[in-house]
Design a binder for this molecule. Structure first.
Ligand code: LLP
Length: 424
């Protein structure tokens, strides 16, 4: 039997006909904990981190895991114990990082809409840096910090206007985007920030988009960022750190993004050539650290062959796996137990009452009702974007390491869902 390709998932493999993540047979977990069920490999997360660390060996770099990719406490804890900092975008993410043992001074706070309350809390706990996204935000942060008698450490998120060549919803560095300060406003914005008494300018940052699969946009970004740093420093404002954001893509379906190690060796060579290789650097990777560390297990509920389409109806849906509906994203779907039967072409869909509730179009699968499937590359932007749509409880999560499987989140019950509501 030909095993399907398992793109990019280092700890996922068939042993005989059975799919394993690390040394755990996935069908055992599905039977024990029910489906849908997210399962992550700790080894795969640490291997993805190690690739960055090799690329940066000997340099002054803070890797700040972008919590939005997967904000489950144990996932944050894995990266905290590995010495990472964190890129966060809300007060909720600050609390998650602190609850999971992350260090406050290694937190950087991104996002275009920080509230005063979030700023106060971040200053209270002593985060490392605010990545400020507008001139109006500079003024508010200055006001909040001054009222507290402190100086807020800031970096300004600049918009380098580089095309990341990815899906439009996840391109963030283009001129038309809501993020960052436009290139031509960067210097005046730094001058304004430097004059505000409640702020302490320490860095510059950018983030050009997500699921980037080529190295050119990064090389271009390095050049544009250095041009800006040179101009800002020439105006007498020293920049301690340069933050290049996240965005490195993963292999969902045969994409061939550069490896983190190779990419960063190349980018450091470019930084060296321009005399900036020994600066303090930061990056904010999310997807590339966790995306290919996880799968979502699901059961086939019904087969519904039709004149035009055959539907394979599974118990996971767009509320668990929103990426196909939101971005037409591709996630590979494979059986947990391979069967010797002819494959048929199926549209794999969930039970939610929307035509957009599909997980995969035109998939060749040999399946029967009751079979278990794995939706691959489900470690990033799946659980963290999951919802209760159709009053569906969010799925539980398990982290495996070797032969051990730790439940890191219980299945959400109806009582959990209804807890915050009141009848008239
Ligand atoms: N830093 C900032 C400021 C960001 O906005 C993001 C992601 C990251 C870092 C991490 O980027 P990554 O390394 O994960 O590409 N929900 C979409 C992706 C949205 C990305 C938003 N920002 C998806 O499922 O594809």
């Amino acid at each position: 039997m030909n095993s399907p390709d398992l793109p990019g998932q280092p700890q996922l493999a068939y042993r005989g006909n059975e799919l394993f993540l690390e040394d755990v047979r996935l069908s055992d977990l599905a039977k024990q904990h029910g489906t849908p069920l997210f399962v992550y490999s700790k080894g795969a997360m640490l291997a993805a981190l190690a690739a960055y660390q090799r690329g940066f060996a000997g340099r002054d770099v803070q890797i700040c895991y972008a919590v939005k990719a997967n904000s489950s406490l144990s996932v944050i804890q894995v990266f905290a114990l590995a010495g990472c900092g964190f890129d966060i975008v809300s007060g909720g993410e600050i609390e998650r990082v602190l609850a999971a043992g992350g260090q406050a001074d290694r937190i950087i706070f991104s996002g275009v809409g920080k509230t005063r309350a979030e700023m106060r809390r971040a200053l209270d706990v002593g985060i490392g840096c605010f990545n400020v996204e507008s001139e109006a935000e500079l003024d508010v942060l200055n006001e909040v910090a001054s009222a507290m008698g402190v100086r807020a450490p800031v970096s300004i998120r600049v918009n380098p206007n580089v095309d990341p060549k990815t899906h439009p919803y996840i391109s963030t560095g283009l001129k038309s985007s809501k993020f960052g300060i436009p290139h031509e406003r960067v210097l005046p914005t730094y001058q304004r920030a430097a004059a505000l008494k409640g702020l302490r300018v320490i860095g510059i940052d950018c983030h050009i988009g997500s699921q980037i699969t080529q190295e050119e946009p990064y090389l271009e970004t390095v050049d544009r960022m250095i041009d800006l740093v040179e101009a800002i420093e020439a105006a007498g404002i020293p920049i301690q750190h340069i933050d290049f954001g996240g965005g490195l893509g993963i292999n969902y379906n045969g994409e061939t993004p550069p490896g983190a190690e190779q990419l960063w060796k190349k980018l450091l060579a470019r930084l060296d050539a321009r005399g900036f290789g020994r600066r303090q650097l930061m990056i904010e990777p999310g997807r590339s650290l966790v995306g290919n560390a996880g799968v979502c297990l699901t059961e086939v509920l019904y087969l519904k062959p039709g004149a035009q389409k055959n539907f394979c109806i599974i118990d996971a849906a767009m509320n668990d796996l929103p990426r196909p509906a939101m971005y037409q994203a591709f996630h590979q779907i494979v059986p947990l137990h391979q069967r010797e039967a002819a494959a048929v072409t199926w549209d794999v869909v969930g039970p939610v009452c929307e035509s957009g509730d599909w997980i995969g179009h035109d998939r060749e699968l040999a399946v029967q009702a009751g079979d278990l499937l794995a939706v691959l590359s489900a470690g990033a932007f799946c659980m963290s974007m999951a919802s209760n749509y159709n009053a569906r409880g969010r799925a539980p999560e398990i982290l495996v390491t070797g032969e051990q499987a730790h439940v890191i989140r219980l299945r959400e019950t109806l009582a959990d869902q209804m807890r915050q509501e009141k009848l008239l």
